[in-house]
Design a binder for this molecule. Structure first.
Ligand SMILES: Cc1cc2nc3c(=O)[nH]c(=O)nc-3n(C[C@H](O)[C@H](O)[C@H](O)COP(=O)(O)OP(=O)(O)OC[C@H]3O[C@@H](n4cnc5c(N)ncnc54)[C@H](O)[C@@H]3O)c2cc1C
Length: 433
């Protein structure tokens, strides 16, 4: 995944040639207004925005910045969520559903504006998101989702199979324009450098061991093996909730997703981001290149606690590529797998677990971590500056999931269980577990 020299690290997950700066390890006590634990996209965006607002920030990362889930993402930046609009409306009502979709749209705008203002070269491209059907039943489902989206005031359309020339067989697709994709490692590397120039102290190889509190129960410092960091606020952007509080145990479940990066012939598939409606689903992006186009395709997710030989999952993913694009000639450039943390009700958890403690968590981003990182950063900044945030109550960490959301997500997760884990164990029973 990575090749290291003395001062920089070349990232090999996405493509060669991206160089991330190496940051020192903490070696003495220090202090800040805000300590951020975790140097993924969530920590980086939060650090940048807080520093922009004038706060002194220290960010600690136990390994290398960008080498958590952010380093293995496929980096769709989209308001097209893993939780369908109809599920949001059924579970929460029209206005909350609309606010949720709006929060993701705002996050895309935030990321785009930072890239523009800071002149970050990270291949950010606005593109179309296509969720496609391969059966009539799926087509009808997409048309129903379109109807719901319209009631929420969202822009989308359905493109029938007669009208489209996608280069593979489909029954039509739900089209959302104005979505985006980028190179996550180029983005996070540049963003952290901009944050550092705004005064953020960044420490790698520095694990946060615990959070210390004052006699009123407010966070007052983060302890590491090489020094304590005093602070008024702690942002735990650690992917899995920091120190796994027992009250959060049942709010999430960890999945594994598999990815191929392919070199494909130029111009045979339209650039953009795509998803199917299978259980487990498949997702892919096409990036225009010079000699070849690049296709990054992922899927075959299964619960991480069900051990399946990864070769079976990669085989299933390659079968998906071969059957969906029978005429496509491709070369596998690299492959990887990574963690997807689902929340029990299909919405991320962002905010304080214990109101007034001044420790904020952010987790359960499902496959929408790019936009959730932007939403988190804005909630964090508003909280630290004492401002009201309209999204905060919807993503509240202390919320009890509503019955309908639980029910709807329960159906999704069990379809994924039987379609993913169980299918791949039995279908590819040639070797391994
Ligand atoms: C295969 C795959 C495809 C995906 N595709 C998409 C997509 O297309 N679009 C999308 O929006 N999302 C996608 N996601 C999800 C998205 O990548 C993640 O939700 C997102 O990157 C999470 O970012 P993060 O900063 O919260 O976490 P991370 O990037 O995991 O960062 C957390 C950091 O915290 C550090 N840390 C943990 N504990 C400590 C500690 N005690 N002290 C110090 N540091 C600590 C870790 O080392 C890590 O670097 C995908 C995920 C996967 C795996």
């Amino acid at each position: 995944m990575k090749r290291e020299d003395q001062n920089t690290t070349d990232v090999l997950t996405w493509d060669e040639g991206v160089t991330l700066r190496k940051y020192p390890a903490l070696d003495a006590d220090t202090s800040a207004h805000v300590v951020i634990i975790g140097g993924g996209i969530t920590g980086a965006l939060s650090a940048y925005l807080l520093a922009k607002g004038g706060k002194k920030v220290v960010l600690v990362e136990k390994g290398k910045v960008g080498f958590g889930a952010t380093g293995v993402t496929t980096a769709f930046i989209t308001e097209s969520l893993d939780t369908r609009p109809s599920e949001l409306v059924k579970g929460l009502g029209t206005i909350p559903a609309s606010i949720i979709l709006n929060s993701h749209e705002e996050a895309i705008l935030l990321i785009e504006s930072i890239i523009r203002d800071e002149k970050i070269d990270c291949d950010f491209t606005r593109c179309e998101n296509r969720i496609y059907a391969t059966t009539v039943k799926e087509k009808n489902l997409l048309k129903e989702e379109l109807r719901v989206l319209k009631t929420l005031g969202r822009e989308a359309s359905f493109v029938g199979k007669e009208e489209n020339e996608l280069g593979f067989k489909n029954e039509g697709y739900l089209l959302t324009e104005g979505q985006a994709k980028f190179h996550p490692m180029k983005f996070i590397g540049a963003l952290l450098e901009r944050a550092r120039k705004l005064g953020v102290e960044i420490y790698e190889n520095t694990e946060a061991l615990s959070i210390m509190h004052n006699s009123h129960g407010k966070a007052q410092a983060v302890r590491t093996a090489s020094g304590n960091i005093r602070a008024d606020w702690v942002i735990a952007s650690t992917y899995e909730p920091f120190k796994h509080p027992s009250s959060l145990y049942f709010k999430k479940a960890l999945y594994t997703s598999y990815v191929f990066e392919l070199e494909i012939e130029k111009g045979v598939l339209p650039e953009g981001i795509y998803e199917d409606l299978k259980s487990p689903y498949h997702y892919w992006r096409v990036d225009a290149g010079k000699k070849f186009d690049r296709m990054i395709v992922g899927g075959e997710d299964h619960r991480a606690d069900i051990h399946i030989n990864e070769e079976k999952c990669f085989k299933a993913l390659e079968d998906f590529v071969a059957t969906t694009f029978p005429k496509l000639s491709y070369k596998i450039v690299r492959r990887w797998s990574g963690p997807i943390l689902e929340s029990i009700d299909g919405l991320a958890y962002i905010g304080e677990l214990h109101p007034g403690e001044r420790v904020m968590y952010a987790f359960g981003f499902s496959g929408n971590g790019m936009t959730y990182a932007g939403i988190t950063a804005q909630i964090v900044v508003d909280k630290v500056f004492g401002r009201h945030n309209i999204w905060a109550s919807l993503y509240d960490v202390g919320r009890s999931p509503g019955f309908i959301m639980l029910f709807e997500k329960g159906i999704d997760y069990s379809k994924e269980f039987f379609g993913g884990a169980v299918k791949n164990i039995f279908k590819y029973s040639g070797g391994g577990k």
